[in-house]
Design a protein around this ligand. Structure first.
Ligand SMILES: [Zn+2]
Length: 152
């Protein structure tokens, strides 16, 4: 699969489970290209997170950057290993649904792992807005959109 020249929003695979990356020695160039193009598009769109399925690419990758270029995280095959019982409730937006803001409760702290574009494993934890953003983007990789997370 080629990284598209022009990254654009698409709802075509939003409800699909995205495919895991295989770091087989051929992908790093493709992975780096995907991460850079998606990050650029996300910044131009004034987003703080963007998952590959939002741009029609059904692979397990998302980027998040809460400081518009100052704090990028590029997450291949991300997983949440544990979540705190403490929760945080925030108003969330989504580039795929630009006219909607939804109030959602999620775990405040999460322990995660993911891989960089070369397949090196990163173990870390996130809290607050970083945690919320990570959970929102990971949902996209599992075909879940934020309407399904609204606090009842
Ligand atoms: Zn979203």
């Amino acid at each position: 699969m080629l990284v598209p020249n022009k990254i654009k929003l698409s709802n075509y695979v939003l409800d699909k489970m995205a495919i895991a990356f295989q770091f087989d020695g051929h992908r790093p160039f493709w992975n780096k290209k995907l991460q850079d193009k998606m990050h650029k598009f996300m910044l131009e769109s004034n987003g703080i997170g963007l998952a590959a399925p939002q741009v029609g690419i059904s692979f397990r990758f998302f980027c998040m950057d809460l400081e518009n270029g100052g704090d990028p995280h590029y997450c291949f095959n991300p997983e949440i290993l544990s979540s705190s019982e403490e929760t945080v409730t925030m108003d969330e937006g989504c580039l795929s649904f630009p006219d909607e803001i939804l109030t959602i409760t999620r775990a405040e702290n999460i322990v995660v792992k993911y891989f960089d574009y070369e397949g090196n494993q990163i173990d870390t934890q996130f809290s607050g807005l970083h945690s919320v953003c990570f959970q929102h983007e990971l949902d996209h990789l599992n075909g879940i959109v934020f309407h399904e997370r609204v606090t009842k």
